[in-house]
Write a new protein. Structure first.
Length: 481
């Protein structure tokens, strides 16, 4: 039995009929995690660029860029870290090619790696829990900018006002997520253009004040320098690695769409704006205090433009969180809950809003969440590696209808519903990463290396190698298996 049902739609006669429409822009998407039939697939890969670009012109990218300078790097070192960390968008692009091949979202395709039951656990943790945490952190960042914007109108930022602001931002975000894929594709090109225009003005203002010869008073050297460089790459790389769900936004493309184009436009859509905005944060940190990015940037931006800048920060965060909410909704369905996609998105939003309000208004809980999310790279890296390795082993051949079969006799039931190869590979990669991590705690390998955090490469290499070895020991996967 399927774990979910498609959203109701006028004219839908049966979940398996060919006449079922998917819904256009401005209409609630009819599909959930069910297979997208070929006759409903449309569009070109290049449209993916705007989807990912709009979602990556964000406030957090500015913060991360500034943080690299605050960590003690020179400007040249920070820029190198930004480029290297953002190269992980290549993996996001690779995962995206599985969407058109299967006609299914990532949350279903990963059944091939973990089995029907094993994938429910994978979606509960990697797909849903981490997505909700990222949603909360991004919502908190947007709310902070919105609070400043509201206060500039003369309204006092009381608890009640802040609560309303958070709810309004969340409502706009969830509306996009509920309407779904076609609405996202339609909206994100104008959002990309608007954000590009705003950040072009920011770039001009920041570059006029940048100290291109900047170096810290006490430059880092030796092991300490390498520790910071590795930590910076992990911090930047956490962004692209958090998108284990890029097939969600490519699955409506025709099966015959160019895999190279899908991977390229997805990767470029994330890479270019992330590098640009992170770099702006680093440039700004050479001239202003980026411990409070809003206050620091206000000193170099034209007075009339500051409200526009704050509004753009909110808009960019809405764009990224709409993608997060959309995928989290699919993950909740893939866990096994028989709930419509539109309702699952709202459920995710309710959880994220509660977390955000608690963190902003009651305690410093979001600081703790932020630290914990640094550790999620130890999970996300291996999860992405297993997924990418499976695509390469299968040569991106996935049978969408077979992936939808959740019965014990189905091709992806494996052993008691679990693919031991995927489970062991993910577990081995996470273990290797945990031994090498240096964030909230220091693993024994990191401690022996003087604080060098090798969790990201260790997790990726170990999980990928284990998965390839274990799957080949079973015989290379055939199409549909």
């Amino acid at each position: 039995m399927a774990s979910t049902i498609p959203d109701p739609h006028e004219g839908i006669r049966d979940a398996h009929t060919k006449e079922r429409p998917s819904g256009g822009a401005g209409r609630i998407e009819a599909h959930g995690i069910d297979h997208i039939p070929e006759h409903e697939r449309h569009g070109r890969p290049r449209r993916l660029f705007a989807v990912w670009a709009a979602a990556n012109v964000t406030y957090l990218s500015l913060v991360i860029g500034g943080a690299l300078i605050l960590m003690g790097l020179t400007l040249a070192q920070a820029l190198a870290v930004i480029v290297v960390g953002n190269l992980f968008w290549g993996l996001t692009g690779l995962l995206a090619i599985s969407g058109p091949a299967a006609g299914a979202p990532s949350e279903v395709i990963t059944r091939a790696m973990f089995g029907i039951r094993g994938n429910r656990v994978n979606n509960a943790v990697v797909g849903w829990m981490i997505s909700v945490c990222y949603f909360a952190l991004n919502l908190a960042a947007a709310a902070t900018a919105a609070f400043s914007l509201v206060e500039q109108t003369g309204v006092t930022g009381t608890t009640g006002v802040k609560t309303v602001v958070v709810l309004v931002i969340a409502a706009l975000t969830l509306a996009i997520g509920v309407y779904g894929h076609a609405t996202i594709v339609k909206l994100y090109l104008p959002i990309t253009l608007a954000l590009t225009a705003v950040f072009a003005v920011v770039a001009v203002a920041v570059l006029r004040h940048t100290d291109f010869a900047y170096a810290p008073a006490a430059p880092l050297t030796g092991t300490e320098l390498w520790a910071v460089l590795l930590a910076g790459v992990t911090l930047v790389g956490a962004g692209p690695l958090s998108y284990t769900t890029s097939a969600d936004f490519s699955r409506y493309l025709p099966r015959t769409a160019s895999a190279k184009a899908i991977a390229g436009w997805t990767a470029l859509g994330g890479f270019l704006p992330s590098v640009a905005v992170c770099s702006l944060g680093a440039f700004a940190a050479t001239a202003v205090d980026m411990t409070d990015p809003q206050a620091g940037l206000r000193t170099v931006l034209p007075g009339w433009f500051h409200p526009v800048f704050l509004l753009a920060l909110v808009l960019g965060t809405i764009a990224i969180n709409a993608l997060t909410a959309y995928s989290a909704g699919l993950a909740l369905q893939a866990v096994g809950l028989r709930i419509r996609r539109s309702l699952s998105v709202l459920a995710d939003g309710a959880a994220a809003v509660s977390l955000t309000l608690y963190g902003l208004l009651v305690s410093d809980f979001l600081d703790t969440v932020g630290n914990v999310l640094q550790l999620t790279v130890a999970l996300l890296g291996p999860a992405v590696a297993v997924y990418a390795t499976d695509i390469l082993l299968r040569r991106n051949r996935y049978d969408g209808p077979a992936l939808a079969d959740e019965t014990p006799g189905g091709p992806f039931w494996y052993t008691a519903g679990v693919n031991t190869a995927g489970a062991l590979a993910l577990g081995g990669g996470v273990t290797a990463a945990a031994l090498c991590v240096d964030t909230l705690y220091t693993g024994p390998v990191a401690q022996a290396l003087g604080g060098l955090d090798l969790s990201l490469p260790a997790g990726i290499v170990v999980s990928s190698a284990l998965y390839a070895i274990l799957m080949r020991s079973k015989g290379l996967p055939r199409e549909g298996e």
